[in-house]
Design a protein around this ligand. Structure first.
Ligand code: SF4
Length: 1012
């Protein structure tokens, strides 16, 4: 027993333990108790509670009821009697009574007790008189909500025993003075007021003494605005970061005004607010002493444990597996830091272990194996090696995760989960690491170490509970186990180690210890989130009334207070805590986040009303002014904004303090960096809008001659490096796209989808058609009547094309790939049998996939031009006595607009015609597109090209004398800018650009006024 003197730091709990020293029974709660409660559910059955009765949430609620009943000294028989009084509606309460009875039996057998039951025991000891072993003459203590009936009963018994034994007892009750706000303390006040006068016993109501104590005390009676104060400020912020910035700025001002940091605190209602505040405090250089606990599920260790449990049950999603393989907390299966698993899995088309699995091989084995083989065949040994290493790591991880049985008793599933993590090195990973030198990294490690310890304690307590109940828990499958684990553990609090001594506290509202503060900041308090609702109880109002009827007293009240002040207990406690904290602190800053229909919490709203303080709305000022910036990070953002934004683009007023400060910061490295970045963005937007010539960040290479020469070398157009029509198309659509593809050699990122994308489908159909025509030519059937052609022509062509396609490109899921082949067969059959394969009257296929160039030349004829050489492949050449036709197979939707795009972004058919002429083919020439989507033939429109003689003319005289479209003129004009090293970001259309997924510029537009 503690040896405390008459006045030394007595609390209600300490007095209770002094009256009744802890017995050999262990107090029990949480996961350890849940094992016993689960055993009770197994004994009695779930009854009207159904399958939910086996969930941790139900067991948590059952624990809550057990505690309430213990506080109220309510026995299982009393519950049964109440259930009987309820008649047909008492079935639920009756079953609850049986559960409570079974749980009590299990707890007795296991030698454990609930902490609240000790109040009742202590009260009954005091009822017999002051205990002789308690050598105290005077006791002073302070009580604070929540005060259960058991605690109030103990206090009454203590008062009677003290008075009758001639001892002095002083009970201080901290109040705000407002009945609504103090409702949570009403039970203790009533107990003393209703009882007899007890000599030597004093109940000492204590009002707070801060500058806001009077407004809080008169919340319900003072006229609006009648109690003005400058100790209160309230803000509405557009987001959590801005909210934290405003609160830390308020703290900074309080410190400037003389507040002592160790007498300052922030109170929060949730983890995200605490995290934002801590970030803002760190930026401002303010040390934090005590921190709010975080839920286990928000830590890396917490997330890791939950994902591990679900990996096998959820068929190992690629995202989860990739994340797990990168974790330092799994040192024995972690992959090399240089190997990023997710992009590689995407490229290999791995979604999870099931999609694409074959036989006994899971999809990781199948698809990573295929990817590795394809990479090697394409000569990319690095990708091949990486895929094989990743496959090894994934297999190792899946082997461990698969150890969790598909079906089993809960204790066995948890043990398999624990053992798998153990094999991966989870439990000791941080112990084996060297101490971090960076304080932030050290803090992060300490947080993860604490989270690992929470997992360890959870496993230990759960095991202890099952052991005590002599039951391995209910039978369940993997999916149910994951749900159970999330339910039981995700919200367990991870207590963080204290930080710097003398720093500020960032604590949950309920953890404020009642000491007077110079400054209190309260974050995230609005009508939706405050006061917080208690979790739903298993006892309904009617059932509580029935219990009270049986016992003749309010043993398990759900409400406290009277009249208008009556409210649920948890809400009343929250209200009192906030009211008391507001009334005690020297300076208050309250914030909430703007939300649709949002309003301040009721206590705050009434306080704003009586003080006349207005909430300051920060929505139009997402970045604090320099004077209000709480730390260097925000200050830099404001200064950078002030120093770079064009006046026409401002959404808020200029900040004169920042503008003045800028003058003294000229040349500062970070500001210059910010200016450079802003300049880069402005340049890109303006170039894209055609407002300026390209610069160094928007597509200009050069002007150094050697650089421009190197660019020209890569750009091509010479006999050694001829151009293709595809390059011309890229340059014409967006010179920057041409630069990326042709000069820099960037390829669009590969994504192994389940199905061929539009581009892949087009390529495959193109290849199949090529095979078909080649086969017709090889068999001498190009001129045959389609009705007489052999039946296997198309299937064989598609089969050959499929084999070729699969060698060099991902083909997705085998079944969808088979469907794609079927579709290709149908399309080609229709094309062949309908005769649409032969669109030129009198001409029949004579050649397929014939190469031309690199000597196909557009000579320099006019000043400033340089010869351009091309090469390419003619999709198909048809010949006959009436001339020559050239066909371009097209699959994309854009081809419907193909004719309008000739010499704008489409140069294919004009170059084909030039090639035909260069090869001396028999005129007249015909040309057109064969759409593989609609099987429609689109002839090149003579209205758009004019006579082919002038369209294909390359000599100066013809080109100068005609205003009709001319291939050479269009190509030379298109290449004029790139030849000077200019590739402006000037997109005609980003939608079809293969770089769209990685291009930062895309179709962003400079807003009006962007000229500045
Ligand atoms: S996404 Fe748009 S801006 Fe970017 S390269 Fe492609 S076409 Fe140009």
């Amino acid at each position: 027993m503690e040896r405390l003197g008459d006045h030394d730091g007595w609390t209600l709990e300490r007095l209770r333990d002094a009256v009744v020293p802890p017995t050999r029974l262990r107090t029990c709660s949480g996961p350890a108790l849940h094992g016993l409660l689960a055993a009770a559910v197994e004994d009695v059955g779930p009854g009207p509670f159904g399958s939910q009765a086996r969930s941790p949430t139900f067991l948590q609620a059952l624990e809550g009821v057990l505690e309430e009943l213990a506080h109220g000294s309510v026995s299982a028989p009393a519950l049964e009697e109440a259930a009987a009084r309820l008649g047909s509606t008492g079935a639920r309460l009756g079953h609850l009574a049986r559960l409570i009875d079974a749980a009590t039996t299990h707890m007795d057998r296991a030698g454990v007790e609930l902490a609240p039951s000790r109040w009742v025991t202590a009260s009954s000891v005091l009822a017999r008189g002051w205990p002789a072993h308690l050598l105290l003459q005077q006791v002073e203590l302070t009580v604070a909500p929540p005060l259960s009936p058991g605690m109030v009963g103990f206090l009454s018994a203590l008062a009677r025993a003290a008075s009758s034994s001639g001892r002095a007892l002083a009970v201080r009750v901290p109040l705000t003075g407002d009945a609504h706000t103090d409702a949570a303390l009403e039970p203790v006040l009533q107990a003393f007021e209703a009882g007899p006068d007890l000599p030597g016993v004093e109940l000492l109501p204590e009002l707070a003494e801060g500058p806001l104590s009077e407004p809080v005390r008169r919340l319900g009676v003072a006229a609006p605005g009648s109690l003005p104060t400058d100790a209160l400020e309230a803000v509405v912020a557009p987001g959590p970061r801005r909210e934290a910035a405003a609160l830390v700025d308020a703290l900074r001002r309080a410190l400037d005004a003389g507040a002592s940091l160790d007498r300052c605190a922030f109170a929060v209602l949730g983890t995200p607010q605490a995290a934002e505040l801590e970030r803002a405090l760190e930026d401002a250089g303010v040390p934090v002493r005590r921190r709010a606990p975080v839920p286990l599920g928000t830590t890396v260790a917490g997330r890791l444990g939950l994902l591990w449990a679900g990996l096998a049950a959820r068929r190992a999603p690629a995202e989860d597996l990739a994340w797990l393989l990168r974790q330092r907390l799994l040192p024995r299966i972690r992959v090399d830091a240089r190997l990023d698993p997710l992009p590689l899995l995407r490229r290999a088309g791995v979604r999870d272990a099931a999609l694409g699995a074959e036989g006994r091989s899971n999809a990781y084995q199948v698809r990573l194996g295929v990817f590795a083989a394809r990479s090697r065949e394409a000569g990319d040994a690095r990708d091949g090696d990486a895929a094989e290493r990743l496959l090894g790591a994934a297999t190792g991880l899946l082997d461990l995760a698969e150890r969790i049985p598909r079906q089993g008793r809960l204790a066995d599933l948890l043990e398999a989960w624990r053992a798998g993590l153990d094999a991966a090195g989870f439990w000791t990973a941080l112990e084996e690491e060297e101490l971090e030198s960076d304080p932030r990294a050290r803090r992060a490690s300490a947080r993860e170490a604490a989270a690992v310890e929470v997992w360890r304690a959870f496993v230990r307590d759960a095991r202890a509970g099952w052991k005590a109940s002599r039951s391995p828990g209910p039978e369940m499958d993997r999916a149910a186990f994951v749900r159970w684990l999330i339910d039981a553990a995700a919200t367990l609090p991870v207590e963080l180690a204290p930080g710097a001594p003398g720093g500020i506290d960032v604590l949950p509202l309920e953890s404020l210890d009642g000491r007077p503060l110079d400054f209190l900041g309260v974050a995230g308090v609005d009508a939706a989130s405050f006061p917080r609702r208690a979790p739903a109880s298993l006892l309904g109002d009617e059932e509580r009334q029935a219990i009270h009827g049986v016992l003749g007293r309010a043993a398990v009240p759900a409400l406290v207070g009277s009249g208008d002040a009556r409210s649920p207990l948890a809400e009343a406690v929250d209200r009192w805590r906030l009211g008391r904290a507001l009334a005690s602190a020297g300076r208050i800053a309250i914030s909430r986040r703007r939300s649709a229909g949002g309003a301040p919490a009721d206590v705050v709203q009434r306080l704003l009303g009586v003080t006349g303080v207005q909430e300051r709305d920060l929505s139009s000022q997402p970045i604090p002014t320099l004077a209000e910036a709480p730390g260097p990070a925000w200050a830099r953002v404001r200064l950078a904004l002030e120093g770079t934004v064009a006046p026409d683009l401002r959404s808020d007023a200029a900040d004169p303090v920042a503008a003045a400060a800028l003058e003294h910061l000229a040349g500062t490295a970070w500001l210059e960096d910010a200016r450079t970045l802003a300049g880069v963005e402005a340049e890109r937007l303006q170039t894209a809008a055609g407002l300026r010539a390209p610069g160094a960040y928007s597509g200009r290479l050069g002007p150094a001659e050697d650089l421009v020469a190197a660019v020209n070398g890569r750009l091509g157009g010479s006999p050694e490096g001829p151009l293709s029509s595809t390059s011309l198309t890229a340059l014409a659509n967006c010179p920057f796209q041409g630069l990326s593809r042709k000069v820099l050699g960037l390829e669009p990122p590969e994504d192994g989808a389940e199905e061929l994308d539009a581009r892949g489908r087009g390529q495959f159909l193109h290849e199949a058609l090529e095979q078909l025509v080649k086969r017709l030519l090889a068999l001498g059937l190009a001129g045959a009547d389609p009705a007489t052609l052999p039946a296997d022509l198309v299937p064989q062509a598609v089969q050959t094309a499929a084999r070729e396609h699969a060698r060099c490109a991902p083909t997705g899921h085998p079944r969808l790939w088979a469907l794609a082949q079927t579709r290709a067969r149908t399309t080609l059959e229709r094309l062949l049998r309908s005769g649409r394969l032969y669109p030129f009257a009198g001409l029949r296929p004579a050649a397929a996939e014939e190469r031309f160039g690199p000597d196909l030349e557009l000579p320099a004829a006019l000043p400033g031009e340089r010869p351009v050489y091309f090469r390419g492949t003619l999709d198909r050449v048809d010949r006959g006595p009436s001339g020559t036709g050239v066909l371009d197979y097209k699959s994309s939707k854009r081809r419907e607009r193909a004719r309008a795009e000739v010499l704008v972004t489409d140069f294919q058919l004009p170059l084909y015609l030039l090639a035909l002429r260069g090869r001396g083919e028999r005129p007249p020439f015909q040309a057109g597109w064969l759409s593989l989507r609609t099987l429609e033939f689109l002839p090149l429109d003579p209205d758009r090209t004019g006579p082919l003689e002038s369209f294909l003319a390359t000599d100066a005289a013809t080109r100068s004398s005609t205003s009709a479209p001319n291939l050479a003129t269009a190509v030379h004009a298109l290449l004029a800018e790139p030849r000077q090293g200019l590739f402006p970001v000037r997109p005609r259309e980003c939608g079809f650009c293969p770089l769209g997924s990685v291009c930062r510029i895309s179709e962003r537009r400079a807003p009006q006024g962007g000229e500045g």
